[in-house]
Structure formats: structure tokens, C-alpha cells
Design a protein around this ligand. Sequence first.
Ligand code: KG4
Length: 346
Amino acid sequence: MTLRKEQSDTIILGIESSCDDTSAAVVKNGILLSNVTAGQAVHEAYGGVVPELASRAHQQNIVPVVDQALKQAGVAREQLSAVAVTLGPGLMGSLLVGTSFAKGMALSLGIPLIEVNHLQGHVLAHFIRKEGDDHAAPPFPYLCLLVSGGNSQIVRVDAYNKMTILGQTIDDAAGEAIDKCSKVMGLGYPGGPIIDRLARKGNPKAYAFSKPHVEGLDYSFSGLKTSFLYFLRDHVKEDPDFIEHHKEDLAASLEQTIVDILVKKLSMAVKQTGIRHVALSGGVSANTGLRNAFKARGRSGQWHIYIPEFGYTTDNAAMIAMTGYYKFGDGDFCSLDKPAYSRTVI
Ligand code: KG4
């Protein structure tokens, strides 16, 4: 492995394949030049990600996606300074496609490999910057509510490479709960965007679902999921068309309950730490109700808020390339024999 010392530009290729999105992005000197993502519609029929199908689709997508990202950026492979890749956490079969590809590329080009933790990437998505962008990135330290299909965490971020989890779910993630509730309502997959769309037309106070009583800054969403399931079962017994007739109110009430749970613990974290710069990350941060609750805190002057662009809420390689860019500056490289991992904390 050699560092391209003669080259003054730092150009990082980022690769993300931890779940069901194959994504590649190029960052040059801290500016995002391209971000190409291929989703996988194949899972819709199953109401959830099927790991075996995800790995197969990654294998089909990885070459054209990386090729497109380099072409859109106007960057040749030989100009790359390093390859950054999500090493975990995620689905092992999916991760192996991206990591093997990235390792092969780094080896053949003789450049460093940089490992990125997927969750760290989500937390640092606020630093993604395109040419001419003037949005403010959060100053350190800040709190980040990371909510996705696999995680619900409150993270204290003291530096690009210094993060502490203050609280996290003890069972289901918020996105997982939304997806499962959507499934029992007979809606499509992923449920998050569908629930969001229906919720805009419903009454958030129509129904009350159980809220967890968990100590400290931890979350729990499995009780809510069960209470939602029993609630539907009881009502469908009396009226078989209950869900169809009330789906907007059900979606709005479910969304409101989840937003209340998320924001309550986050407010506690703000009080406990005295940190008022608060950011949102992860797939569920696309949710309109959650964004509105955040914006209300921002308007009232309680918090300085940071909400990512929609394209950087769900899985993307831009956040991986950007995190890789900072790690490159620190000389934080990874050995080619380091294996992918399915579970970890930040
Ligand atoms: O971060 P992400 O793309 O994947 C990981 O889990 O890592 O997050 C996916 C999750 C899914 O549970 C999906 O239903 C949820 O984010 N999601 C939403 C919305 N868009 C995506 N949840 C609520 N409202 C949305 N608009």
C-alpha cells in the first residue's frame, strides 16, 4: 500500500452495502462529487429484507454503481487516494460484497483501505457538503438521535472520531416497530414512508398506544408494537374493515406515539448534558412528524437543530466517503485482513 504523496488532492471512494442499498460515492477534498445508490425492490414482496436476496442483488449492482459514481465525479480509479467501506454492522452476506470489492480495489490500486462503522457514518452525515452548500454542520459537542430500521440511539459526539452512546433501544428499533406495525396493517414495505404519508391525513390523537417505562435514556419499542397488534386484533373482531376505514388515524396516532417517545428521552439527554446542539440521523429521520417536532424545538429556541437532507437519511455511501475523508486525514487505515462484522456499538 502506498500513499499518493505526489497528489495534493484527497479523493475518497466510499462504498456502502450493509443492508439492501448498494451505494458508492466520491468525495474530493471534503466536497461530495457523486453519490449513486441502487435500491432492491425484490424485498417488497416479502415485507422485509431477505438476506440471501440482498447479497445476490449487491453482487449484480456493485460494479455498475461504483462505475457510475466514478464517472459522475469525473474521477479515474488511478486518482483515488483511498477506498472507504462500511465494515459493519449489517447483514453479513451484504457486507461481504462491499468489503470484498473495496479490498480488491484498494489492493489492485495500491492505496489504503479505510473501515467505516455504518452508525458512525449516519452520525457524521451532517458533514456531507456539496460545492456551494452553505448549511451549517453541528459544532462539537452535539447530540445525535440516530433512528433507523436497526438502531435507536442517543449519541454524544465530541469529535469526528469520539462518540459515546448515552442511550439506546433495549429491544426493537423505532424503524423496525414502524415497519412491523405497517405489516400488520397489511401495508407495503418499507412501512415508514407509507405510515408517514397516511399520517399526514389522520388525527394523531385518535388512539392512544402504550408508552414504555424504561430507565434512563434507553428506549423500548417492542411493547408498543404488541399493544398496536392487540388493539387491531380486538377492533377487527368487531369490524373486519376497521383498518381500512381508520388507516389514516391509526398511522397518525402510531407516528405521534413514536415521536413522543423519541423526543422525550432526547429532551432528557439535553437537560442532563447541557448540550443544546441536537441532530437527527438515520432512515426514520425522514419522518415528517419527527422533523416537525424537531423544528418546533428549534423555533422555540430550546435547541439548535440539524436535520439531514432527505437523500442522506437512509443508507448512502456519501456518509461513508465523508467519514473516510476524516479518517484519511488522521491516517486511520485498516488492514486488508480485517473481517466484516454484523453487530457492534459505535
Ligand atoms: O437508515 P435506514 O435506511 O436503514 C437502516 O436501518 O440502517 O433506515 C430504514 C428505516 C426503515 O425502518 C424505514 O421504514 C424507515 O427507516 N423510514 C421511515 C421513513 N422513511 C424511512 N420511517 C418513518 N418515516 C419515514 N418517512
